[in-house]
Write a protein that binds this ligand. Structure first.
Ligand code: PLP
Length: 388
């Protein structure tokens, strides 16, 4: 075992992973791999609280839901989870989808598509699922420069004041890891009479009181009409949801093809997610551990002058800015140091803005954060990459 591993749960046996890295490197791969790009940010995917709830639900309800939500596939676990999520976000109602992708695609298709003569304003770095939902809605769409409040204001001012408006954004951006100026955008929305749709996929569980997200951290949750989240990252399981006013949630329930025409989440998944949400509402421990590991990593990267995009959140996007070298860094991390981080190239980022998207989690050890940063530094030197 090399210095990255001391038996912690973040280390997975290569035997289990071998199939996942067939072409990762021409070099021999160490016998144990530390994963540094998992979205299971808080370790809830391995938490006994979640695993026990899932096992019990399998014994009680079986493996699958047996149908779509409207035809036999609604289980007690789905309803409890929707109620819990509505309460978490302080909204009247919530609706589950089989993934965060479907939640964005399905709900934006309906919400933007059924706004009579509506106009949508969307951040240029919004996730593919948001882009697809807005495409499917066929609503008129204006793209504002990333996190650029002045540009959004300009676009809003140019729009006909009598037309209904919807602003769509994320709180923590998935690739750059930076955070949207939510207070300014909420203020603009209020002045323009616009509805808002906030994707908190990379924030729920991790930020705010009880893990309710960035808007809640700022005391602004009530100023965002709809809050959207996933159960697959901080909550460690699978599925997505929206939370908002009952009338809008009912519209999505009634018209969203992504909600209606598919089998609902397995009850055990809903039970596991419910256990994760409840646990993280009561426990601050995981959030504190995540924050400490992210802060430690940023500090070590600064010391070593390894460039990153932003230190707003726990998503550490190290800038390589070269497609070939980005892949080389990832390969060397794996073959030399047994650390797995996926290189992020176009189209996930713009060409020339290639990154290593590193996700220190609540279950990494402090020692492993030090070892990982040393490993990255070693490769930075080997490849003569520019320092910040
Ligand atoms: N929204 C954002 C910002 C994302 O980054 C992702 C996935 O990474 C999604 C939505 C989709 O969520 P899910 O993985 O649950 O489908």
């Amino acid at each position: 075992m090399d210095e990255l591993g001391d038996g912690r749960r973040e280390f997975l046996e290569i035997g289990r992973l071998a199939g996942r890295f067939p072409a990762a490197s021409a070099h021999a791969v160490p016998s144990e791999i530390a994963v540094w790009c998992s979205n299971d940010y808080l370790g809830m995917g391995q938490s006994p609280v979640v695993l026990t709830a899932m096992k019990e639900a399998i014994d009680e309800f079986g493996a699958g839901s047996g149908g779509s939500r409207n035809i036999g596939g609604t289980n007690h676990c789905h309803v409890q989870l929707e109620n819990e999520l509505a309460d978490l976000h302080g909204k009247e109602s919530a609706l589950l989808f089989s993934s965060g992708y479907s939640a964005n695609d399905g709900s934006l298709t309906v919400l933007a598509g059924r706004l009579d003569d509506g106009i949508v304003f969307s951040d240029e770095l919004n996730h593919a699922s948001i882009i697809d939902g807005l495409r499917h809605s066929r609503a008129e769409k204006h793209i504002f420069r990333h996190n650029d409040v002045a540009h959004l204001e300009e676009l809003l001012e140019r729009a006909d004041p009598s037309r209904p408006k919807l602003i769509v954004l994320e709180s923590v951006y998935s690739m750059s890891g930076d955070i949207a100026p939510l207070a300014e955008i909420a203020d603009l929305a209020a002045r323009a009479g616009a509805m808002t749709f906030l994707d908190e996929v990379h924030a729920v569980g991790m930020y705010g009181p009880q893990g309710a997200g960035i808007a809640a951290r700022l005391g602004l949750a009530d100023q965002f009409t709809v809050i959207m989240g996933t159960l697959a990252k901080g909550f460690g399981t699978a599925g997505g949801y929206i939370a908002g006013p009952a009338v809008l949630v009912d519209a999505v329930r009634s018209f969203s093809r992504a909600f209606i025409f598919t089998t609902s989440l397995a009850p055990a998944i809903a039970a596991g997610a419910l256990a994760a949400v409840r646990h993280l509402r009561a426990s601050q421990e995981e959030r504190d551990a995540l924050r400490a590991n992210a802060a430690l990593m940023y500090g070590l990267l600064r010391e070593r002058r390894i460039p990153y995009l932003s230190d707003d959140s726990h998503i550490v996007s190290v800038l390589v800015a070269d497609e070939k070298k980005c892949k080389q860094v990832a390969e060397l991390l794996l073959s030399r140091h047994g650390a797995y981080v996926q290189a992020i190239n176009a189209p996930s980022v713009r060409p020339g803005e290639e990154i290593l998207r590193i996700a220190p989690s609540a279950v990494h050890t402090e020692a492993s954060v030090h070892a990982f940063t040393r490993a990255l530094d070693d490769i930075w030197t080997t490849l003569a990459l520019p320092r910040a």
